[in-house]
Write a protein that binds this ligand. Structure first.
Ligand SMILES: Cc1ncc(COP(=O)(O)O)c(C=O)c1O
Length: 430
C-alpha cells in the first residue's frame, strides 16, 4: 500500500494533499512519509523475526537525520561508508555497536573515529586496509572488529553502474584471496576477525542472484570452518530492489525463506543492509510546470525539478513514474511528453515518452519513488538551490531541510584580496 494516493481528485501523502504543501513550501520539494518508512522496516523485521538477523540501514540511500531517527526508533542499525555517515548515525541516536563501516577508501581519521566510537565492524576492502586498521587499533590500545568484504564475481542483473560484485569492480577482496587474508587477519592481535561481508549491487529485483551470492557466502564459510578458521558472522549486504515501473521484487518473506533454507543450523549471525527497500517508495518529488514547448516534433514539459534535484535518470537511466498532482479525468486528453528540467545539460531529462495531460504552466507533477538516492545526490548546479525536504507523519508536517536562498549558495565563497580592486582590465598587473 502506497501512502501516496489520489483522494478527492488530489494526490495526497498520508492525510495531507500535496498541492497544499507545494503552495506553502514551494517547489521543487521532496516529501517523505514517515509511516511508509516504518511499514517497510517492520515488514522486513517481521519476515525475519525467527532468524538470527540484524538490519543495518544503508545510510547512503537517504542520510537525513530525521530518517535516521525513525530507523533508530525502529531498532535498526546503520551501514555507513564514511566518517560523515558514522557521525550522522550517532547523532541520530543509532548506537555505535549497531554500526558497520564499508568503503574502499577509509582514511586513517575515519578508521580512528570508528574504533574510538566502538562500531560493530569494519568491512575491510583490501589487504592494505586490514594492516592499517590493525596498526591504528594498536596505537589506540584497542581491538577493532573486522569482516572481510568478498568480491564473489557475480554480475547482478542491474544497471552496470550499481553492480558491485563483479571481478574488476573496485569493491572487496577476490574470492580466491580470502582464505589467506583471513588467516593473516587471525594472526593480528589488534583486530578481531568476526566474519565476511558481501554486497553485489543495488536494485536487484530477482531472487536468483541474491541466492547465488548467499550460497557463495555459505560455501566460503564452510570451507574456512573446515580449515579451522571460524566465521561467526555473515554480512550479506543490501541491494533489495523496489518497484519503479513494473518490477516484481521478491517480498521480504521470500527472501527470509531462502535465508532460512541456506543458513538454518549453521550457527551464524547474519546482517542485511537494505537502503532503497526501506525508503525509496516513501518519497515523492513535487515539481511545477514552467513551460510547455514543441520542438523538432517532440513535446517537452519543462519543470522546475531536474538532474540537480534528482540525478538518477541522468546518471543511471533510471525510470521514475511522473504523475499530475491533480487527478486527471479518465476522458482527459493525454499526450506524449519528454519531462525535462531547467539545467543546461541535454542529460537533464526526468522522463522520456510520458503520457500526460497537456499541463499548463503552474500545474504540479509528482515524481514518484524518490526516497532513496534522491535528495542525497542533489546539488546546487546552475546555482539552483537544492530542494527543501518535508516529513509527513499522519497529519503532522515538518520542514526537515529548508530551501536555501540563491544568495546563500555563495555566502561561504571567498574572493582573494588581490581580486578586490576595481573591475575591468588591469588590476594590479604592472
Ligand atoms: C555495502 C553496501 N551495502 C548496502 C547498500 C545498499 O544498497 P540498497 O540501497 O540497494 O539496499 C549499498 C549500496 O550500494 C552498499 O554499497
Amino acid at each position: 500500500m502506497t501512502p501516496f494516493a489520489y483522494r478527492g481528485g488530489e494526490l495526497c501523502v498520508e492525510e495531507v494533499p500535496l498541492a497544499t504543501l507545494a503552495e506553502r513550501f514551494g517547489t521543487p520539494l521532496y516529501v517523505y512519509s514517515a509511516n511508509r518508512i516504518r511499514d517497510r522496516i517492520r515488514a522486513f523485521k517481521r519476515a525475519f523475526a525467527d532468524l538470527p538477523v540484524r538490519f543495518c540501514y544503508a545510510v547512503k540511500a537517504n542520510p537525513h537525520l530525521a530518517v535516521l531517527r525513525i530507523v533508530a526508533q525502529e531498532g535498526v542499525g546503520a551501514d555507513t561508508v564514511s566518517g560523515g555517515e558514522i557521525e550522522r548515525a550517532l547523532a541520530a541516536g543509532i548506537a555505535a555497536e549497531r554500526i558497520v563501516f564499508a568503503g574502499v577508501a577509509k582514511t586513517d581519521e575515519e578508521i580512528r573515529l570508528g574504533i574510538e566510537a566502538g562500531i560493530l565492524q569494519f568491512n575491510v576492502e583490501s589487504p592494505g586496509e586490514l594492516e592499517r586498521i590493525a596498526a591504528l587499533a594498536a596505537a589506540l590500545g584497542r581491538v577493532a572488529p573486522v569482516a572481510l568484504r568478498v568480491n564473489p564475481d557475480i554480475a547482478a542483473p542491474t544497471h552496470g553502474k550499481i553492480a558491485t560484485g563483479r571481478r574488476g569492480d573496485k569493491f572487496g577482496i577476490p574470492l580466491g584471496e580470502v582464505p589467506a587474508l583471513f588467516a593473516r587477519a587471525r594472526a593480528l592481535s589488534t583486530v578481531d576477525l568476526v566474519g565476511l561481508h558481501f554486497h553485489i549491487g543495488s536494485q536487484i529485483t530477482a531472487l536468483a542472484p541474491l541466492v547465488s551470492a548467499w550460497e557463495r557466502a555459505r560455501d566460503l564459510l564452510l570451507d574456512l570452518r573446515r580449515s579451522g578458521l571460524p566465521v561467526q558472522r555473515l554480512d550479506l549486504g543490501g541491494g533489495f530492489g523496489v518497484r519503479y515501473r513494473d518490477e516484481e521484487p521478491p517480498m521480504p518473506e521470500a527472501l527470509a525463506r531462502e535465508v532460512r533454507r541456506l543458513f538454518d543450523g549453521l550457527e551464524v549471525e547474519l546482517i542485511f543492509e537494505p537502503g532503497r527497500a526501506f525508503v525509496a517508495d516513501a518519497g515523492v518529488l513535487l515539481a511545477r510546470v514552467i513551460e510547455r514547448k514543441e520542438s523538432a516534433g517532440l513535446r517537452f514539459l519543462i519543470v522546475d525539478a531536474g538532474m540537480h534535484t534528482l540525478l538518477r535518470p541522468a546518471l543511471y537511466d533510471a525510470f521514475h513514474a511522473i504523475v499530475p498532482v491533480k487527478e486527471p479525468a479518465a476522458a482527459d486528453e493525454r499526450l506524449v511528453f519528454d519531462v525535462v528540467g531547467p539545467i543546461c545539460e541535454s542529460s537533464d531529462v526526468l522522463g522520456r515518452n510520458r503520457l500526460l495531460p497537456p499541463l499548463d504552466a503552474g500545474a504540479l507533477v509528482a515524481i514518484l519513488t524518490v526516497g532513496a538516492y534522491g535528495a542525497t545526490m542533489a546539488t546546487d548546479y546552475n546555482s539552483r538551490p537544492r530542494p527543501a525536504e518535508l516529513l509527513v507523519d499522519g497529519s503532522r508536517v515538518a520542514v526537515i531541510r529548508k530551501r536555501r536562498e540563491p544568495r546563500e549558495l555563495f555566502a561561504d565563497e571567498l574572493v582573494p584580496d588581490w581580486l578586490s580592486g576595481p573591475g575591468g582590465a588591469g588590476g594590479d598587473v604592472p
